[in-house]
Design a protein around this ligand. Sequence first.
Ligand SMILES: NC(=O)c1ccc[n+]([C@@H]2O[C@H](COP(=O)([O-])OP(=O)(O)OC[C@H]3O[C@@H](n4cnc5c(N)ncnc54)[C@H](O)[C@@H]3O)[C@@H](O)[C@H]2O)c1
Ligand SMILES: [Fe+2]
Length: 391
Amino acid sequence: MIDQYPSLRANWSYPTAVRFGPGRISELPDALKVAGIARPLFVTDPGLVNLPIVTKTLDLLKKANVPVAVFSKVDGNPTLKNLDDGIAAYKAGGHDGVIAFGGGSGMDIGKLVAFQASQARSVFDFEDREDWWTRANSDAIAPIVAVPTTAGTGSEVGRAGVVTDPSDHTKKIIFHPKMLARVVIADPELTLDLPAKITAWTGMDALSHCLESYCSPFFHPLGEGIALEGLRLCKEWLPVAVEDGHNINARAFMLAASSMGAVSFQKGLGAMHSMSHPASSLRGTHHGLTNAVVMPYVLVRNAPAIKERLAALARYLDLPKHTSEAVIDWIVALRKRIGIPHTLKEIGFDTDAVAQAAPMAELDPSTGGNPVPLKAVDYEKLYAAAIAGTL
Ligand SMILES: NC(=O)c1ccc[n+]([C@@H]2O[C@H](COP(=O)([O-])OP(=O)(O)OC[C@H]3O[C@@H](n4cnc5c(N)ncnc54)[C@H](O)[C@@H]3O)[C@@H](O)[C@H]2O)c1
Ligand SMILES: [Fe+2]
């Protein structure tokens, strides 16, 4: 056991100011001051808004005399309507910054409200393609304090938000460097009551970020190193977090792994994400769960191209054999242990959706980071395998 430290509390400044540790949500009023926010809009989702972690946080803001309004009309796969409603609330309340509080859904809409509220162009003009972000008026972007309550997306340390475009039903990644939160409060106590299922699904999202970025062919040794350690943390602690939700060590290491996934995926993602995005926008499947289901099928498809890389991963993870097969076996066993279904069919994505999803997957920006180039016809085969459960 190497995950032993005198304290789980630390301040990091990579990639932004992160206040990490149990109980640190109490520092939210100070974090707002540091971020230059006097009148925050608190953005979260409807599942969270009445939970004690939210009511207690609002209480501590009240005690510190911070005037705050709450916006929680955010769907599981956030839509343009959610963003527009959030911007309307932001403007109506005369806010000067956002507390983005939640899982990826709440945090992404929070970040996007801060980004988009004062832009003149449509949000989809700032999709993460080429240098489209330079179209934005960066002086108009409001400051953000991000507070994750799931350990999965790592959106708290990311410079992007994901929102579904109603015109073509695709999930679009909106990117701007200033969408990075000024301050992050990463308090693992906020994740203690996350249900086992959501712990598993979101944890597999963190794992998929680390795995896809580790496997992507681009030159980015920083991202690669972070991804490797993130994978080890997921291997050690995800099953513990699922089985023993109140284990603060497991919650803390998974929260760290989640941020590490998002930092590492600057190196690139891959086919797990390009398959998952269309499934979520067409069939409403949860993002992390979908990644988890397609994971071994994508690994099997990519393995011949990245045999040595996966063997090195197997060594680092101390798997029984140092081979790509051992990595695939580990993923399949982990999925089973934490209750992830083996097929897309079981999560509501069936053959009738493939013809529409496959070309969307080809066009997804994550496709560029996959170790082997994939076209719509390849995605059709991958979807078919993941629906039938044939590895
Ligand atoms: N910005 C990024 O870089 C990035 C990366 C990956 C995914 N995403 C996006 O993030 C979204 C998924 O986020 P997610 O997986 O965190 O799920 P989520 O935010 O949709 O939350 C899932 C559920 O968990 C509940 N929940 C959250 N925290 C809780 C807590 N502490 N206790 C009890 N319940 C809690 C929520 O109310 C919700 O019902 C997707 O839209 C995905 O596209 C964004
Ligand atoms: Fe993801």
